[in-house]
Design a protein around this ligand. Structure first.
Ligand code: BES
Ligand code: MN
Ligand code: ZN
Length: 499
């Protein structure tokens, strides 16, 4: 994580300067805070030559303009009267990407309020993420060097206070990105559970259930998926009791207030099982645990910022492999709910994991709502691509709040339909249901299947198959693991359910 400090506006003696510029603020920006006339003039001429006008999303780099500066990065903020935290974060992200080999930089406070200065820092920090744990031969001079930003602010204390609330969320995003980036030989269910256990240091209660406990409970759906793998399954239950006072050391009791519940699909590798996937692109299925990764990142964020709310996070962790002990198409399993399911395609494993965890969650915690996240269907990717996540809900208020939280964090969501007609596609000739409804409406019938493991509780299912991994850089999300869901759900909690 970038080291972020806020300071009163003072001209940097040397090094890199980031110049956020609004569309109408170019002249003022160049004359900023006592740059000597020659340097300010050189910057103004260079920006002019680059036809830089402060438009949102535009950038310009000026090398060695004088005054001891190594580089000036101008980033456009757009119209001064239309500044938003998201827009400023994007500018911060673009600036961070352009700082390249600079070890540190100073961000001028042009037109940014104390709050927006903190959001600029957030954008820069989020964009600077890099997973390089397994690069052993990369030379130091090839690695990005940016380690710290000094963000100038007329009210540095106020900016720092805002940042104190944002940094834990960035930490949660980084944790989720780390988990999703890890290779599947390292991050198996056991290792993923270990990483959850490490979060007790943040004040989370963490329970880990292994195969024996899960068998005793009757998790037939989830265990059916993992039975072909040499790696044992785990279910992890994380609790943040920020309203009931567990944070103050009373960690023994269950939540007083009914908690909010988040449930994640954690398939640490999805080969498809006996219904094996084609070879091309199968390596992508290391990130079939991104729903669980987002839940874990969210729980870390909530604990890190000491959210005043009780929240439980449950993740079902399995590996889906073909072997002599693997589940077959045609098998019938008994789920934790008691309902039986005919297995049609062992590659439709995520819904089987979620079925047991959802039922367990509502039975044990009677939560105010349940939101599950899963890289569940290829059909969802076909529907909405990689721009917007799809979601399904049985509750209009929850749906409205989710949509708003998605808009506010640029982790966008679009509501998809549920309905009895789709549910009919799940009729089985041998069991209470089959788990696959054929190709038509594949993301919808998957959601219908999940709904059979939800009682009347408000519930939403986020199919994040298209959103968990990005093949291209964007302003605040470098290519790779996105941690989609962490910021959105942190916002959902903060805005609608906290305090
Ligand atoms: N993990 C996959 C879904 C997926 C596909 C995620 C592409 C990300 C990118 C899931 O377990 C799966 O295999 N779904 C099948 C279901 C089908 C067999 C009914 C699918 O979507 O093809
Ligand atoms: Mn699958
Ligand atoms: Zn899967």
């Amino acid at each position: 994580m970038l080291d972020i400090t806020f300071a009163k506006p003072v001209l940097p003696a040397a090094g890199a300067l980031v110049l956020p510029v609004t569309e109408d603020g170019l002249a003022a920006a160049a004359a900023w805070a006592g740059l000597d006339a020659a340097t300010a003039g050189a910057i103004t001429r260079a920006l002019d030559a680059a036809e830089f006008k402060g438009k949102k999303g535009s950038t310009a780099t000026i090398l060695a303009p004088g005054g001891g500066l190594s580089r000036v990065i101008a980033v456009g903020l757009g119209k001064a009267d239309a500044l938003t935290p998201l827009g400023v974060e994007e500018a911060g992200g673009s600036a961070a990407a352009l700082l390249g080999r600079e070890p540190a930089a100073t961000v001028a406070d042009n037109g940014l309020t104390a709050t927006l200065a903190a959001h600029f820092a957030l954008g820069a920090a989020l964009r600077s993420y890099r997973f390089d744990r397994y690069r052993t031969t990369e030379k130091a001079e090839e690695k990005p060097r940016l380690a710290g930003l000094t963000v100038l602010s007329a009210e540095p204390e106020a900016s720092a206070a805002v940042w104190a609330g944002l940094k834990p969320v960035a930490d949660g995003v980084f944790l989720a990105r780390d988990l999703v980036s890890e290779p599947p030989n390292v991050l198996n269910p056991e290792e993923m559970a270990n990483r959850c256990e490490a979060l007790t240091k943040l004040g989370l209660r963490v329970e880990v259930l292994g195969p024996k406990e899960l068998a005793k409970l009757g998790f037939g759906a989830m265990l059916g998926v993992s039975q072909g793998s040499a790696n044992e399954p785990r279910m992890v239950v994380m609790q943040w009791l920020g309203a009931s006072g567990a944070a103050k050391g009373k960690a023994k009791k269950e939540t007083k207030q009914k908690p909010l519940a988040f449930i994640g699909k954690g398939v640490t590798f999805d080969s498809g099982g006996i219904s094996i996937k084609p070879a091309a692109g199968m390596e992508d299925m290391k990130w079939d645990m991104a729903g669980a990764g987002a839940v874990i990142g969210l729980m870390a964020a909530l604990a890190g910022r000491k959210a005043k709310v009780d929240v439980v996070g449950l993740v079902g962790l399995v590996e889906n492999m073909p072997s002599g002990t693997a589940q077959r198409p045609g098998d019938v399993v008994k789920t934790y709910s008691g309902q039986t399911v005919e297995i049609i395609n062992t590659d439709a494993e995520g819904r089987m994991v979620l079925a047991d965890v959802l039922w367990y969650c509502q039975e044990r915690f009677e939560p105010r709502f349940m939101v599950d996240l899963a890289t569940l269907t290829g059909a969802m990717v076909i529907t909405l691509g990689h721009e917007i996540g799809g979601f399904f809900s049985n509750d209009d208020d929850l749906a409205k709040n989710l949509h708003a939280a998605g808009e506010a964090t640029a982790e966008k969501l679009w509501r998809m339909p549920l309905g009895e007609a789709y549910d009919k596609q799940l009729k089985s000739d041998i069991a209470d249901m089959k788990h696959v409804g054929g190709r038509p409406g594949g993301a919808i019938t998957a959601a219908q299947f999940l709904q059979r493991f939800v009682n009347s509780k408000p519930w939403a299912h986020l199919d994040i198959a298209g959103m968990a991994w990005s093949s291209k850089d964007s302003a605040v999300v470098p290519k790779g693991a996105t941690a989609y869901g962490v910021r959105m759900l942190d916002r959902l909690v903060a805005e609608f359910y906290e305090g």
